[in-house]
Design a protein around this ligand. Structure first.
Ligand code: ZN
Length: 335
C-alpha cells in the first residue's frame, strides 16, 4: 500500500482512510488520536479520543471532563487495532504524556511523531526512535542556526542572576504545560530549595505533574497579599501571556526572563522586552532533527509545522525522499 493511502492531510488534520481516524485533528471529528496535550494538537469536541492516560488527564484538566464523548487510554508500546490498522504509542520526550503514534497496515509503517525533543527532561519519558518506512517530523526549529544549549547552563544563568540581584524578583515566562514544570524541576535539580511562586494558570497542571511523581518542591501562589516586598529575591513562573498585564506589575523591580527555543534569536528577546532570555525548548533543534531522521531508518520523511524547506532540502542532500505536509492550524504553545 502507498504511504499516502495510509495517512494524508485533510482540512481536519492527518487522516487514515482504512482506520477512519485523524491524528491531532484541528476540527471536531468522530475518532481522534492525540499525540499530546498542547492546545493546538489536543482540542475538545471530538466524539472519541485515543491518547495516553496522561494526555487524557491533561485534556480533562484543560477542557473539563466532558471534552469528548468517549475516551480510551493507550498504553505505551501496546498495539491497538482499529479497522485492521495497527496503532501503537511511543514516548516523544516533549511534555508529560506526549507520544509518537505508529500506524501500520499491510506492511507499511508510518510514525507521526507530533512534537518531540531529544534533550533529557526529568518531567517526561524520553523519546524512543521507532523504525519505520515514513517518519513524520516537526520542524519548529528546522534551521541550522537553532542549536539548543544544555538546559542546565540556562538555569545556572537564572540562578546566578537571582544571587546577583537579591532585592529584585525574577519573572520567568514559560508555557503552562510542560515548559513551566520543566523549568521548576531544573531549578530543583540545581539545588534551588526556596518556594517557587506560580501564576494561577499553572496551578492545576503543576499539581497534576506532582501527582505523577514529578517533584517540583514547594510551590506558592504569586498573589499580592502582604505587599511587594514579599517577592524580593523570588523566582516567579507564569505563562508568557501574563507578562503583558497588570499581574506582572505587582513584583518589585522585576527581571523579565523567558524560557523558549526562540530566545536563540536575540532580536526576538529584545522585541519582547526580555532581559534574561533562557534558551530552553521542548522541541528538537537542528542536530536532534537530523539525527532522529537517520535513526528511524525511514526511506521517506514528511515534514510539518515549522521550517519545512530547510529540512526537506537536507533530506534530499542525504538521499532521503522528503516532502512538506502542509498541515494547517499548528502554532505550538510550547516552544
Ligand atoms: Zn507541543
Amino acid at each position: 500500500m502507498r504511504a499516502s493511502d495510509l495517512l494524508h492531510p485533510r482540512p481536519e488534520g492527518l487522516y487514515c482512510p482504512p482506520g477512519d481516524f485523524f491524528i491531532d485533528p484541528v476540527r471536531p471529528v468522530n475518532r481522534a488520536l492525540i499525540t499530546h496535550g498542547h492546545s493546538d494538537h489536543a482540542r475538545s469536541g471530538h466524539r472519541s479520543v485515543l491518547a495516553t492516560q496522561q494526555t487524557l488527564d491533561i485534556m480533562g484538566l484543560r477542557y473539563g471532563e466532558n471534552f469528548a464523548d468517549t475516551t480510551q487510554a493507550a498504553q505505551l508500546g501496546e498495539t491497538i487495532v482499529l479497522d485492521g490498522v495497527s496503532i501503537s504509542f511511543h514516548p516523544a520526550g516533549h511534555v508529560l504524556g506526549s507520544a509518537q503514534i505508529a500506524v501500520e497496515h499491510q506492511g507499511t509503517r508510518i510514525v507521526a511523531s507530533g512534537d518531540y525533543k531529544r534533550q533529557k527532561d526529568a518531567t517526561c519519558a524520553p523519546f524512543e526512535p521507532i523504525q519505520c518506512d515514513v517518519f513524520i517530523t516537526e520542524a519548529t526549529f528546522g534551521l541550522p542556526v537553532f542549536r539548543h544549549p544544555p538546559d542546565t547552563e540556562e538555569i545556572a544563568r537564572l540562578l546566578k542572576s537571582a544571587a546577583q540581584f537579591p532585592e529584585r524578583s525574577h519573572l520567568v515566562g514559560a508555557y503552562a504545560l510542560g515548559k513551566a514544570q520543566r523549568v521548576m524541576r531544573l531549578l530543583r535539580d540545581a539545588g534551588y530549595d526556596r518556594p517557587i511562586y506560580i501564576h494561577g494558570a499553572l496551578e492545576r497542571l503543576s499539581e497534576y505533574y506532582q501527582t505523577q511523581g514529578i517533584d517540583l518542591g514547594t510551590l506558592e501562589p504569586a498573589t499580592v497579599e502582604g505587599g511587594k516586598q514579599d517577592f524580593a529575591g523570588a523566582v516567579v513562573v507564569g505563562p508568557p501571556s501574563a507578562f503583558a498585564d497588570r499581574w506582572a506589575r505587582r513584583f518589585p523591580d522585576p527581571i523579565s526572563c523567558f524560557a523558549s527555543g526562540w530566545m536563540r534569536i536575540r532580536q526576538r528577546a529584545k522585541q519582547g522586552g526580555v532581559e534574561l532570555p533562557l534558551i530552553i525548548s521542548d522541541h528538537a533543534d537542528w542536530d536532534e532533527l537530523t539525527a532522529t531522521i537517520k535513526e528511524t531508518g525511514a526511506e521517506e520523511i514528511w515534514v510539518t509545522h515549522g521550517r519545512e524547506e530547510a529540512l526537506v532540502r537536507w533530506c534530499e542532500l542525504e538521499g532521503i525522499a522528503a516532502r512538506p505536509l502542509h498541515l494547517v492550524g499548528y502554532e505550538d504553545e510550547g516552544d
